[in-house]
Design a protein around this ligand. Structure first.
Ligand SMILES: [Zn+2]
Length: 122
């Protein structure tokens, strides 16, 4: 197989672990899942039950690894997924709300661009 060209990662990845996302393009289009891992270097995220691939593993008794075919997630590009807003239950883009905190500092919170619902739980 020819070497895949690695696209430049987006300037900013507005996704975090535990976010619920919807796949908007690619093989698993339409699926939703929980974000398991975010890789800001490559602009890819691991989403639960999305982009499942079969891994053929050789048994290794010393490491307690059973052989056979295991299904695992593989990373998907952030451009192919969107965050699902808990407020309006749609796949939405992310806006940032700047909140003033004590000491004259500000804090950016992620909000839904459609309904303004807060996307950050903490
Ligand atoms: Zn919303």
């Amino acid at each position: 197989m020819a070497l895949k060209k690695i696209p430049a990662p987006p300037a900013r990845v507005d996704l975090k672990k535990e976010d619920t996302v919807k796949v908007i393009a690619g093989r698993d289009k339409g699926k939703t899942g929980r974000v398991l891992r975010v890789d800001r270097e490559t602009g890819r995220v691991l989403v639960e039950h999305v982009m499942m691939v079969k891994r053929h593993t050789r048994p290794n008794p010393a490491k307690q690894i059973k052989g056979g075919i295991a299904e695992r997630e593989s990373p998907i590009s952030v451009s192919n997924i969107m965050i699902v807003c808990p407020g309006c239950n749609k796949a939405v883009r992310v806006a940032h709300r700047v909140d003033a905190v004590a000491g004259g500092k500000t804090r950016r919170a992620r909000v839904c661009r459609k309904c303004g619902h807060l996307l950050d739980t903490k």
